[in-house]
Design a protein around this ligand. Structure first.
Ligand code: ZN
Length: 279
């Protein structure tokens, strides 16, 4: 049995991805094929790109199936207080909170973010962070300190896993998730995992299935995954796709390529997520 810790849903027809259908019905059909019991659906808030699927829209989308759990979100840059209030009002319907540094202008360890971490602590739910490369067309604020020497078109330091380590120091009983293994900051992600046992990483969205990943990208990703299995506790690693970006098939192949024992695979595919989500 498996739990996919990171997915997105929409009724809009997808373009340029491996599937044009990212509807709840389609995802449920794929989940059934691969013994995925539940999927975490992330609400999204990308104010600088004028896109996203907010909490209410997501709750509505997932309402017809009990196979979905939702991580709520908010725009911490422009409407923190209203966002906190909205999350509070739907507290019984969310299993976690997803934050988007790099898509919103803030650092995870900024003082103002304590509001979010205190809410999550109070509700007993984890906080997941977008981490690593950001994607999408421009219109990012010019003040952001993009590091042009790093790979990734819009990559910058707000998405660096080390900031999540700073949050962990201040909130030692809060469960935190580094999404996308922090790619390309995978070395830093491992350092943070090894220092803080209540930080997890998901391995979602490392490939863009349907886009042409170069041979080098494939090699680098596979190698980084092997090192993750080798250097970090499997209790901190979460199976996840980022559907419809990375296919479920590729996501399973990632885990299968990591050299885990059957027992460790069971943790990564299922047990860790079950524990984090209090299922
Ligand atoms: Zn995602």
């Amino acid at each position: 049995m498996k739990i996919d810790f990171h997915t997105h849903l929409t009724r809009h027809t997808q373009e340029g991805l491996y599937t044009d259908d990212a509807s709840p019905e389609y995802l449920v059909s794929v989940m059934s094929r691969y013994s995925i019991e539940k999927a975490v659906v992330m609400a999204t808030f990308f104010p600088h790109q004028n896109r996203g699927s907010g909490n209410m829209k997501m709750l509505d989308l997932i309402s017809e199936s009990d196979r979905f759990l939702m991580f709520g979100g908010l725009d911490v840059e422009r409407s923190m207080d209203a966002g906190i209030q909205e999350l509070r009002s739907i507290k019984d319907s969310i299993s976690g909170i997803k934050l988007y540094p790099g898509y919103q202008d803030f650092y995870p360890h900024e003082e103002k973010m304590s509001l979010v971490y205190r809410l999550a602590s109070e509700l007993g739910i984890p906080v997941a962070f977008h981490s690593g490369e950001t994607t999408g067309e421009g219109d990012f604020p010019e003040s952001w300190d993009i590091d042009e020497d790093n790979p990734g078109q819009y990559l910058h330091y707000q998405t660096h896993p080390s900031h999540i380590g700073e949050v962990a120091k201040r909130f030692p009983s809060l469960d935190l998730v580094i999404c996308h293994y922090g790619q390309p900051f995978t070395k830093s992600a491992r350092d943070v995992l090894n220092k803080h046992p209540h930080i997890y990483t998901d391995v979602s969205g490392l490939w863009k299935t349907g886009k042409d990943d170069t041979e080098k990208e494939i090699r680098v990703t596979r190698k980084a995954l092997k090192i993750l299995a080798h250097e970090c506790d499997p209790s901190q690693v979460l199976f996840a796709s980022d559907f419809p970006i990375q296919s479920i098939e590729d996501s399973i192949e990632h885990i299968e390529s990591m050299g885990y024992s059957t027992e460790d695979k069971n943790k990564v595919y299922y047990e860790n997520a079950k524990r984090l989500l209090r299922l």
